[in-house]
Design a protein around this ligand. Sequence first.
Ligand code: BJW
Length: 243
Amino acid sequence: RVPRAPAGSRRVTPGLGGTPRIVVLTGAGISAESGVPTFRDAGGLWEGHRVEDVATPEAFELDPDTVQRFYDARRRAVASVAPNPAHDALAALERELGDDLLIVTQNIDDLHERAGSARVLHMHGELGRVRCVACEARTEAPGDLLPGPQCPTCGERMLRPDVVWFGEMPYGLDEIDVALAGCEAFVAIGTSGAVFPAAGFVLTASAFGATTIELNLAESEITPFFAESRLGPASRLVPEWVG
Ligand code: BJW
């Protein structure tokens, strides 16, 4: 169960405002029971391709249409599914804790937001947003990216999904570092720990003294680094943990 603290006990870091007491890192496993395939489990998203070979700027440069078609299909697929009890439980926890909870998600779907969470940092970007390769403007996705719609800022037809591929810098790392250094509890839900820098967050949080808990269907590559690991489906484990 989540440790409850008395009101007003939130720590404040000089110059940086309050830091969340709890940082939750989510991965593809939290959306699996909503019907969004994971990357590395059997029947995963990129079946037939290693994700490391496809989600790269080089793959996009070589064959942009295939990559755009893939993200267009995922955008449509995500629009047709709904948050599950794991997303709902985290949204309920935020209603209770407010700024004391930060969700850092590696997922590009919007299921946390649709469940009602507002404090969500999408470190690998968002399916619902695009970035212009020409002017770098980041805007809301106009729908499908094939055939190439114009950038609303510069007019070029060079929009790409606003997601973070291998070799690119994830979003929000400074804010995440501050949160990891100041939190009391770090909880990872449904992530394989195969991708950095997210896979290293547990080490940072525990080095700064946080309690660390992993909730996953199966053991992950980073299980040994958590103080506690609970195995089972997120739709059961997360509501149980939130209590
Ligand atoms: C359930 C469940 C249920 C199932 N209930 N659980 C060596 C060391 C360190 C770094 C590197 C290195 N070599 C290369 C790197 C860098 C590289 C990297 O990590 N490569 C690895 C292959 C080693 N990383 C990068 O390039 C990153 N950028 C970077 O490092 O910048 C430089 C930098 C320098 C200094 C500091 C910081 C940065 C960028 C990584 C970008 C990853 N992008 C993708 C695609 C995003 C767009 C898209 O979605 O299409 O992100 S790849 C893909 O993997 C996606 C995911 O967010 C990410 C993680 O996957 P996730 O979420 O863990 O899913 P799965 O499928 O792997 O696991 C699912 C889990 O759920 C499993 O554990 C199941 O058991 C569980 N599960 N059902 C609970 N019902």
